[in-house]
Design a protein around this ligand. Structure first.
Ligand code: SF4
Length: 305
């Protein structure tokens, strides 16, 4: 227990109860409350020395990484083009096992042909399969889209519901898809554990879990709820642009001093810079219609198939 300094605040007076509460970042929860989180962290530091840290230090480092990423990617955003919750739901279902770019190049024709759940539910399966074929696994995805559109029409009055339980009750909609829709179409905080998010948080030793739901729970315990959606965008942005699966560009990584996995990828700055993608490497982003503050280029309408 910390020693008393003799300068602790005086006990709360009855009058204080009327004052508005001071909002602070939540305190770091004790380790036992952090389901799935690593209890202590080991790795390698930038200078090659072994990386040991307490659970509390890991939480502080995680929050610092989030702050640094917010500076690197102030324009982080969902990389699927959408204009309403239904379009985002459909685009997210289509994004399984393919790039957001490929989805964005596919959905304009799809939404022009079938703009509402009622329209899509009535689509001839073969026509729908042909339209979404570029996204891969098109037969299974067509079945999901037909099923979820029919469910939206029959059970939710043609509207996308704004609750997790309702969303995951739709065919082909899991927690990841539901959180993407909740976070970006309804403003409900959510953590999106996709392949990038899982890989990066394990490299950063925020958790050792591999099961997406356990990763989600571990990360949820580290950050205040209000940060969840933007944290997800920033981590996914970093995974797509710098901390790649096979060749992370460690030598060009702005958070290298905070990373216990530094050295897993290319450490030579010159070579690492050549590995950067999207706006970092001077290439177009994923969206055909990126937000106004996006510093890179819009994606081309039709990519190589
Ligand atoms: S690129 Fe390298 S240094 Fe940066 S976060 Fe990934 S593993 Fe860590």
């Amino acid at each position: 227990m910390a020693k008393s300094t003799g300068r602790e605040p005086a006990a709360k007076k009855p009058d204080d109860a009327a004052k508005p509460p001071v909002v602070r970042e939540p305190a770091v929860p004790p380790a036992p409350a952090m389901r799935g989180a690593a209890k202590s962290v080991q790795g390698a530091a930038l200078d090659g020395r072994p990386w040991h840290e307490s659970h509390l230090a890991m939480v502080r480092r995680a929050r610092r990484i989030n702050r640094e990423l917010a500076e690197v990617y102030p324009y982080a955003h969902p990389e699927l083009d959408f204009e309403n919750p239904f379009q985002l739901l459909v685009a997210t279902v289509l994004s399984a096992q393919t790039t957001d770019l490929r989805v964005n190049q596919t959905t304009p024709a799809l939404f022009a042909a079938y703009p509402t759940p009622e329209d899509l539910a009535a689509a001839p399966p073969e026509e729908l399969e042909e339209l979404i074929r570029p996204t891969g696994f098109f037969r299974a995805k067509a079945r999901s889209l037909l099923g979820l559109s029919a469910a939206l029409r029959d059970r939710f009055g043609g509207e996308v519901p704004g609750k997790l339980d309702d969303l995951v009750s739709l065919p082909g909609v899991g927690r990841k898809t539901a959180f993407v829709v909740l976070g970006n179409a309804f403003g409900v905080p959510g953590i999106t554990v996709d392949t990038h998010f899982g890989r990066l948080v394990r490299r950063w030793k925020w958790t050792e879990e591999t099961d997406p739901e356990k990763v989600e729970a571990a990360v949820a315990a580290i950050f205040p709820k209000k940060d969840w959606t933007m944290l997800s965008h920033r981590v996914i942005f970093h995974g797509r642009r710098i901390c790649h699966s096979r060749k992370p560009a460690c030598g060009a990584c702005p958070i290298a001093p905070l990373c216990p996995s530094y050295g897993e990828g290319e450490t030579d700055p010159e070579k690492a810079r050549k590995l950067l993608k999207y706006e970092k490497g001077g290439f177009p982003g994923q969206r055909l219609k990126p937000p106004p503050d996006y510093p890179g280029l819009a994606a081309p309408e039709a990519g190589p198939r």
